[in-house]
Design a protein around this ligand. Structure first.
Ligand code: ITT
Length: 203
């Protein structure tokens, strides 16, 4: 049995993401009594995400923030793997939206590539790696995923990123049409966080 690390006395955590959609979802699954900070609060730059896996990139982001701020930092590296596109965009999911982070562009790119293959309903999954890092350089990574299918046209405006074209397995609605609360009880982020809770005690 692994030793549990207790967050009971932790008062501040930095959620090391500049993505507002992720920030909201992560804050929702974390304990309420802690005060959460954003990278902007410390004027942090974005570290270069040159890892080859979701876990490696999550670790780069959380450790960078923990070393700069002296706080415990939680990061999330996530993305969409589309089977008919050889699991792309994967770790490049944010980069497919371009510098303006316009997900209409990224969704259109997926549409055009799938059109060429005539595989609009390709199997796909969202993957999320959560990393928790400490100022002393220790870090822990956990990964979750949710299987589903791509669906066009894009539907719903409840989520963010690729949510309007992802239908989780067993559902007919996209993540863009499913409520935030429900998404957050079944998502890749939620599954990764269930693994976090096996190591870290929050109450
Ligand atoms: P940070 O690095 O600052 O956290 P980012 O948006 O650049 O923000 P990533 O590099 O992890 O984050 O990119 C993952 C992209 O995958 C993200 O921009 C989303 O558009 C998409 N994505 C991840 N989780 C998602 C979810 O739950 N729903 C929809 N899209 C998601």
């Amino acid at each position: 049995m692994h030793k549990l690390y207790s967050f009971k006395k932790v008062k501040k955590i930095l959620i090391a993401t500049n993505n507002p959609g992720k920030f909201i979802e992560l804050k929702e699954i974390l304990p309420r009594k802690i005060k959460y900070f954003k990278p902007k609060d410390f004027k942090l730059k974005e570290p270069i995400e040159n890892g080859r896996t979701f876990k490696a990139n999550a670790k780069i982001k959380s450790l960078y923030a923990a070393k700069k701020t002296g706080l415990i930092c939680i990061s999330d590296d996530s993305g969409l793997e589309v089977d008919a596109l050889n699991k792309r965009p994967g770790i490049f999911s944010a980069r497919w939206a371009g510098p303006s982070k316009n997900f209409k562009i990224a969704i259109k790119k997926i549409y055009n590539l799938l059109k060429k293959k005539n595989k609009f309903n390709s199997k796909a999954r969202f993957v999320c790696a959560i990393s928790i890092a400490f100022p002393d350089g220790k870090s822990f990574e956990y990964q979750g995923k949710i299987e589903g299918n791509i669906s066009f046209p894009a539907r719903g405006n409840k989520g963010f990123g690729y949510d309007p074209i992802f239908v989780p397995k067993g559902y007919s609605k996209t993540f863009g049409q499913i409520s935030k609360i429900k998404k957050n009880q079944m998502s890749h982020r939620f599954e990764a966080f269930q693994k976090v809770k096996k190591k870290f005690k929050f109450s």
